[in-house]
Design a protein around this ligand. Structure first.
Ligand code: ZN
Length: 163
């Protein structure tokens, strides 16, 4: 229970940071909270970077693009946020939503991370712009088990050491 509360508290602080965040085309935000063998990933990006537009999808073609873009996040998350293979981590989607405003929209995903071994002491590689090339910069926050890091990843393949 304490662990659940701790992870919830970490994500409450991430969520409040998200509300303060300006909507930036070409920018995304990644928050990773880890504890022991488990964790959570929160990924937010402007809809334009994920499915190509931000107005309300009305045509069949736009609805399809939107659906495909959202599915790509779910299908490719383990290539976007790559844990060290030694930890044998699985990433599963918990929920997602599209925060649709009048002329802009944000895509928000939450994932669960379940590993066979704690990934602490290994590296996480952030490869988001390889999968979504419209994302040029990712603000990354990592918290958990004595680690707290904030950085901006501008190129794919950048590694973050979990220690
Ligand atoms: Zn926008």
């Amino acid at each position: 229970m304490l662990k659940v509360l701790l992870v919830s508290a970490l994500f409450a602080s991430v969520a409040s940071a998200r509300e303060e965040k300006a909507h930036t085309h070409g920018g995304a935000r990644l928050a990773i909270a880890l504890e022991g063998k488990n964790g959570k990933i929160d990924f937010d990006a402007p809809a334009s970077a994920i499915y190509g537009f931000e107005y309300v999808a009305k045509s069949a073609k736009d609805k399809k693009s939107k659906e495909q873009g959202l599915k790509k996040v779910e299908d490719k998350i383990a290539e976007m946020v790559v844990f060290d293979p030694s930890a044998k981590c699985e990433i599963k989607k918990d929920m997602y939503e599209v925060d649709q405003k009048e002329n802009h929209a944000d895509v928000e995903f939450e994932f669960r991370v379940i590993c066979e071994k704690s990934p602490m002491g290994t590296n996480i590689t952030v490869n988001i712009s390889k999968i979504f090339p419209r994302i040029k910069a990712v603000k990354v926050d990592v918290v958990g088990d004595g680690v707290q890091k904030s950085l901006e990843v501008k190129n794919s393949g950048e590694s973050i050491e979990l220690k």
